[in-house]
Design a protein around this ligand. Structure first.
Ligand code: B12
Length: 196
């Protein structure tokens, strides 16, 4: 059940006057009075062959384009996004989790490449232990092929969203904000609504 998610919405619900309009562009709806924090994470990657760690500094140092798209989209819809780029900031999974926990976000969104799945699992586990009400959502290329398997394997992940998610991510967020059922939400693989 999504009771643990729903409980955090109790006080907030009354203040969102036109919940159904959360999917509408900013100008056409009332904004939530206090923007909720969503922290997106690009986890550490295990893509260096054993013995070649000295090459890590020349591997990808560019921010995730996918997360930039998603952050821009949720900001338009009244949320307060930020992004933690683990490899660019040389952060371990533990350090990423600590940063996130200090911010107490309502939502965490992790981008998943297959080479990032273990780091993402470790981050999610630590966040969930400290902030059990924070909803942890994953997406990205690994999820497009391994969504149900990933949600079954990592108990600390609440749901996965498939494909390109600028719009689809808004569907579960709107459902949670409006305390609607997640069961009918398309594109998601969800632990609580018999969709895995
Ligand atoms: C450009 C690219 C790169 C760039 C990344 C540039 C950047 N900083 O973003 C570079 C060259 C650095 C790169 C590196 C790697 N890449 Co690459 N890359 C691509 C490519 C060609 C396009 C990705 C892209 O930018 N798409 C556009 C953005 C806007 O979309 P997106 O990132 O997919 O994000 C969308 C969705 O996935 C989803 N989403 C993403 N994250 C999240 C998170 C949440 C919470 C939600 C809800 C949704 C969501 O919503 C986003 C918006 O629509 C894809 C192939 C492809 N056609 O997709 C391969 C691809 C993603 N790469 C791949 C791989 C394997 C790698 C490497 C691991 C290679 C390596 N061995 O080093 C590395 C490591 C990844 C990394 N992040 O460092 C694989 C991933 C397969 C897998 N199962 O993990 C792909 C699919 C190629 C392939 N077919 O094998 N890559």
């Amino acid at each position: 059940m999504v009771d643990f998610v729903r409980s955090q919405m109790q006080g907030y619900r009354a203040s969102v006057k036109r919940c159904a309009d959360l999917a509408a562009p900013k100008a056409s709806r009332e904004m939530p009075p206090v923007p909720k924090k969503i922290i997106f994470i690009n986890p550490p990657y295990e893509r260096i062959a054993p013995g070649y760690d000295f090459l890590r500094h020349i591997t990808n140092r560019s921010p995730s384009l996918g997360l930039l798209h998603l952050a821009a989209e949720v900001r338009l819809r009244g949320y307060q996004p930020s992004i933690v780029e683990s490899d660019m900031l040389d952060l371990t999974a533990d350090e990423v989790a600590d940063r996130v926990i200090a911010e107490k976000p309502a939502y965490v969104g992790i981008t998943l490449f297959t080479v990032g799945v273990w780091g993402a699992g470790a981050i999610a586990r630590k966040i969930k232990k400290a902030l059990p009400d924070t909803v942890i959502i994953v997406g990205g290329p690994h999820i497009s092929s391994m969504g149900p398997e990933t949600i079954r394997r990592f108990q600390e992940l609440d749901m996965a969203v498939n494909g390109e998610c600028e719009r689809p991510l808004m569907d579960p967020l709107n459902a949670l904000e409006c305390t609607q059922s997640l069961a009918g939400v398309p594109s998601i693989v969800c632990r609580y609504c018999a969709k895995i």
